[in-house]
Write a protein that binds this ligand. Sequence first.
Ligand code: C2E
Ligand code: MG
Ligand code: MG
Length: 398
Amino acid sequence: MELTLTTHAPPVLLVIDDEAVQRLIVSRAAEKLGYTAHGAGSLIEATAWLHGQDADVVVLDLSLREHDGIEVLREIARLERDPVLILISGFDERVREAAARLAVALGLRVAGTIGKPLALDQLMALIAAVPHDKPRSSRAQRMTLTPGMLDAALDAGEIYCLYQPKIRLADRRVVGFEALVRWHSPAFGMIGPDAFIPFAERHGLIDRITVHVLDRALHQLSAWHDTDPGLEMAVNLSPSSLGDLMLPERISDVLAGHGIAPARLILEVTEGALMADYVAAADILTRLRIRGVGIAIDDFGTGHSSLLSLLRLPFSELKIDQHFVMGLLRDPELPKIVGAVISLAKSMDLKLVAEGIESEAVAQRLHDLGVAIGQGYLFAQPLGEDAATALLGHAALA
Ligand code: C2E
Ligand code: MG
Ligand code: MG
């Protein structure tokens, strides 16, 4: 398999619009903000371009001449990279918002929508606000990853964790951390989980990574024990691990090895993962809960599972997906949906966590809606051990 690795090239913006003048206006605006801009005048042109290279931002006119922009959304959703979208349309705001919701449902990130005629300052503000958190692969070098390389990286200690704090919204105190895995390759720099976790899953290396991450994270938690004995640690569990019936024993062993009470560990599983083998997942998760380990349903709202079967599993926590959180103040439907999720979680006695909080206004709104715990760049990005330790000394965040 080809693993794409990063170099530091300028960000790339693709504008898809059948009007040449609009393409020019958007391109100039993007270039002023340091982007390399490209234009495509049709669905076919856009598709061909996107399959050849990566864009960080796609500005899409929803009404292309012979196709509609919705078809382009589906094409973009199929790509491995997920560019941030800005949608333009001459239709009224409801149509634009519906298109934006569809894009989010397809798993895409939407920075915002703009009407026509194009307000340049609005467009530039949206482009300027796009975070560059993900590695850019446009000018990336390519290397072929083999299972042996990943195995060797584990042996060499190149696989490690960053820790993102979970914050109690009422008083902004750190209540725990989520361990997020990284690979630091001496040749290629930092590689994120989206690049190598799916590979590890396909090649039978995921259980080794899970145990490694668990071991590192619990080691760190025990190091923080004196500063904060109540701190919790969350670790992501891969879908493929939910077929391994020995998992509860393995996890208990790691917990015992570090002298950590099971209740201080939370395992995060995505809803899509649960439905692949519901019976095995139910078996494993129930046994883990009986042992006292917390189980969070991660990225809630992005899967397509039956709500009923989902809620019959023994969760202790629900993490509202970041797409719902990021659009909260922009999309008038989202507060209603999030409100419904909150009452559902409360009626089932689930701890509520919102991820992807990037602004004070969103943090405040979630708190008002009744969400207890938040995670996101507003408070902190995923941090190395030292930075996370330093954070524990702070009175309150943001
Ligand atoms: P996740 O568990 O939903 O983790 C949240 C992701 O959102 C993290 O990306 C985090 O860096 C990012 N994030 C946090 N706050 C914000 C914010 O305010 N804005 C934005 N835009 N992003 C934010 P990351 O670290 O790249 O991890 C991606 C996914 O990879 C994770 O999603 C998780 O599903 C998976 N993953 C990470 N570590 C592990 C691991 O140890 N094992 C397994 N199986 N999967 C892992
Ligand atoms: Mg997670
Ligand atoms: Mg998540």
